[in-house]
Design a protein around this ligand. Sequence first.
Ligand code: MN
Length: 204
Amino acid sequence: MSTSADTRLSSYRQKRDFSRTREPDGNPELRPGRRRFVIQKHDASSLHYDFRLEVGGVLVSWAVPRGPSTNPSDKRLAVQTEDHPLDYAGFEGCIPEGEYGAGTVMVWDSGTYRNLRAGKGSKAKGMEASLEEGLVEVWLEGEKLHGGYALKRIRGGSKPQWLMIKMKDGGADARRNPVSTQPDSVKSGRSLEQIAQEEGGGDD
Ligand code: MN
C-alpha cells in the first residue's frame, strides 16, 4: 500500500484497535498476523548471513557480514540484496562453482516475525512503507533469535546499506553470541562442513 493511502486512512485507523475489531484495516501488512523470516549462513567468497523477511510475496533480503547480534550496543552492517522467492527460505545446500553465490548455504535460524510499526495508531506503517522510509522494526520469534530488531538505512544506491540493531527487550543479551556458540543448522542440525560434504556433488 502506498504511503499516501496510509496517510489518508490514518484517522480511520486511529479510531480502531485492529487486534480487537475484525473490521478491515485496509492493509494486510498491518494485521497482527505473523510472517516468515529466515537467516541463512552462506559460505560464499566471504562468509555472511542472509537475513530475509517475507514482505508482499517475496523475501526482502540483506547480507549481514558479521551476522546478527543479541547485544543492543552492536550495530551490524546489513547490505540490502535482491528480493528472493518465498521458497528460498527452506533452501539448504550447495550452489555450484561458477554460479552466483557459489558456496554452501545453511538455514541458521528461522521462524516468524511481526511488524512492530503496525500497531502505532495514526503513525502505523506497513512493511512496504517502512522499507521505503528506511526504518524497519520487527519482532522475531526464531529458534536462536527473539525479540525486536531495528534496521536503519544509512546509505542508498544500488546496494543500500543498513544497520541491524537489537532492541532492548527480554531477547537482548550482551553476553550471548549465537553466531559463534550456535553455529549449526536449525533445519538439519548440520554444520557447514557437513552440508558441503553431503550435498557438494561428491568430489570431496
Ligand atoms: Mn548470500
